[in-house]
Design a protein around this ligand. Structure first.
Ligand SMILES: Nc1ncnc2c1ncn2[C@@H]1O[C@H](COP(=O)(O)OP(=O)(O)OP(=O)(O)O)[C@@H](O)[C@H]1O
Ligand SMILES: [Mg+2]
Length: 310
């Protein structure tokens, strides 16, 4: 039986035994409650972090828009995540999928912006895909030093983090929403990715960074192509799986989920779905149906990744 189907059955049983609370009926209220002051978890003051003028690739960031369907869909994903945190402590989330090009980086980056737009959340976004750095391209951010440099022991934590200036040279403050996002790009070492991810220092990084941030999001390589994803998941509190409409097969989704038997799976993001399922039927999955433009062929990317592995 599929994971999503199991989750739906479970949700239905829970719904029947527990009628929805006022907060569940009014997600906005739930969100307000969830993001209320959490004094015991107030993060420590951030150390000095280098500021850069990021130049985000705007079409990849529907969450930077003032309004729109995409904004709402990421808000809804954010609400589900707050709700999950109310049930069990949650700070570090690995965003993963089975195969390349299913939207992991897209979801990670936009979820980071969405969380950053809400309240004064402090977000750390980490590009954990050492083989195929992409978040630096999306953000228009430098990638001279980053995660790999910390993992080799060549750089300290604060040196590999970066933030964006809130306004550009012309005083245009469209980047205000990125000001609460701190970013760790992949950095200079792209050899020996598996050894680096597996050397134990990623846990050290998360433990230290946890003092400063409300949320830590890690963009992952595809779980069915590289073992790094499972190693990264061990350092995270939970995994958010992404599947892509008209692309991810049932078998790939199942195998991706099975890769994380020892991790808490938060849910499944149904990315780029043209025809969403009825609302009551996707309790444990988050629909994100926004789509635009032309995209790279997943088959090409998968075959490139396979060759790289060999
Ligand atoms: N919902 C969407 N609507 C429109 N474009 C999307 C959507 N999701 C992803 N894309 C685009 O599809 C391409 C692949 O997405 P992305 O890079 O996020 O995938 P990925 O799973 O991180 O791939 P990889 O495993 O290679 O890192 C990107 O150009 C991205 O902007
Ligand atoms: Mg990616």
């Amino acid at each position: 039986m599929s994971y999503i189907y199991e989750a739906l059955l479970r949700a239905e049983r829970e719904r029947q035994s527990n009628p929805p609370t006022v907060e569940e009926q009014r997600p906005d209220l739930q969100e307000e409650i969830s993001v209320g002051p959490r004094i015991e978890e107030t993060p420590a003051a951030l150390p000095e972090i280098p500021l850069y003028s990021w130049n985000p690739f705007v079409p990849s960031f529907p969450t930077l828009a003032k309004h729109g369907r995409a904004l709402e869909q990421f808000r809804s994903l954010r609400s589900h995540i707050y709700q999950a945190r109310n049930e069990t402590p949650l700070k570090t989330i690995l965003i993963c999928s089975g195969m390349p090009s299913e939207g992991k980086s897209f979801v990670a980056a936009n979820l980071a912006v969405s969380l950053a737009r809400n309240s004064n959340n402090r977000i750390l976004l980490i590009d954990g895909d050492l083989r195929r750095p992409s978040l630096n391209h999306m953000l228009g951010a430098p990638n001279e030093i980053g995660l790999s440099d910390f993992l080799t022991g060549a750089a300290e934590l604060h040196a590999v983090m970066q933030r964006s200036k809130a306004s550009d040279a012309e005083g245009n403050n469209d980047l205000q929403d990125l000001a609460n996002v701190t970013f760790i790009p992949t950095g200079s070492q792209h050899e020996n990715a598996s050894e680096l991810i597996n050397n134990g220092r990623i846990k050290d990084l998360i433990a230290r960074a946890s003092n400063f941030f409300d949320w830590i999001l890690i963009d992952s390589p595809p779980a069915l192509v590289f073992a790094d994803a499972v190693d990264l998941a061990r350092a995270a509190d939970a995994v958010l799986l992404v599947v892509r409409g008209a692309q991810t097969t049932y078998d790939v989704a199942q195998r991706a989920k099975s890769s994380f038997v020892n991790s808490r799976i938060l849910g499944v993001v149904l990315n780029d779905i043209k025809n969403p399922p009825r609302r009551e039927s996707y309790y444990n999955s988050y629909y994100y149906g926004y789509g635009y433009g032309k995209r790279e062929s997943a088959a090409d990317l998968a075959s490139k990744a396979k060759q790289e592995k060999e």
